[in-house]
Design a protein around this ligand. Sequence first.
Ligand code: KG4
Ligand code: ZN
Length: 336
Amino acid sequence: MIVLGIETSCDETGIALLDEHARVLAQALHSQVELHGAYGGVVPELAARDHIRRVLPLLEQCLQQAGCSRSDIEAIAVTVGPGLAGALLVGASIAYGLGYALSVPVIGVHHMEGHLLSPLLSEPAPRFPFVALLVSGGHTQLMQVERVGGYVLLGETLDDAAGEAFDKTAQLLGLGYPGGPAVSRLARQGVPGTYHFPRPLLTSGDLNFSFSGLKTAVLTAVRQRDTLSEQAKADIARAFVDAVVDVLVAKSLAALRLTGLRRLVVAGGVGANLQLREQLAESARKHELELYFPPAGLCTDNGAMIALAGLMHLRAGQPPARWDFEVRPRWPLASH
Ligand code: KG4
Ligand code: ZN
C-alpha cells in the first residue's frame, strides 16, 4: 500500500509517500521562509497562494523519486487543521479532488497528531503508552498517549507557544524569521548567567506553561541599552534558551512522574533545538527514562508525519469514502 501525505497548514508545503510498513519512499518539502522573511512572520494569503503553486510539482517529484505513478496511490492523508484556513483549504481541496479522481480514501489528519506520531518514524520506534512533549510554533502541550487516537491533555501553554517565544525573541534581537534555529545558534556563543530570565510557572504545581512574560523580560533587557553588542545579544539568547529549556524539561519530568510512565516522546519544531535535546538526554540518563525524537529533518512540518498519521488511522479501520470536507483552523487534539 502507498499512502500519500499532504501538509499545507502553515508555511511549509510537505509531500511524502509511505509504504504500508511506514517506510518513507519519497518526500519533498518547500519552505516559504524567504517569502515571509520580509514581513517578520507568516502572511496567510501569501502562504495559501504559494501552496497552490507547490503541491502538484512536489507530488510529481515524489512519484518520480519512489518510481511509481499516481494510480499506485492507495490512500491520501491531508492536514485539515489546526492551521491557517486558506493554507489548509489548498491541501484539502487537492487531496479530496485527487482522492475522488483515483477512488481512494482520504483521511483528514490533525496537524499535531502528525507531530505527535512522527517519532514512530524513527528506529527504534517508541511503544505506547508514552508522554508527548509537543513544542511547535503554535502549540506547547504535554499529552498522555495511550494509543493512536487516545490522547489526554496533561498541560499546555496559557499564552504564547514555545516556538512563538523563540520567534519573538529572534525579532527583538534582529535575527529575522523563523527565529528558533537562529536564536539557538546565537545562544551557543552566550555566557550563561550574564542575564537571568524568569522560569514561568516552574513551581506552579501543574503542567501548564506560560512564555509571554519571558518575551517581556527579553524586551526589557534589549531596551536597557541603546545599542546591543553581538556578545550582549548572544548572552540574552543564552539566558532565554536556558529559561525555556529548564521549564520544558522540568514539566516533562513532572508529567512522567504524574502518569507513572517512563517513556518521553518529543515532537514539533522546537524539538529540533539542540540545547533541549541535550538537557532532556541528560535527565533521561539520570532518571533512567526512554527518550524519543522524530528522525532528523522531521521535527518541523513535513508530509511524512501526516502520511504516517493517516496510515495509522487506516490500520485502525478504513473510513467510509466521502468527498465533502471541511478544514478546522482551530481544533483541540485531546477531543480528537
Ligand atoms: O512544528 P513547526 O515546524 O510548525 C508548527 O506547527 O508551528 O514549528 C515551527 C517552530 C517555529 O517557531 C521555529 O522557530 C521553531 O519551531 N524551531 C525551533 C528550532 N527549529 C524550529 N526552535 C528552537 N530551536 C530550533 N532549532
Ligand atoms: Zn507543525
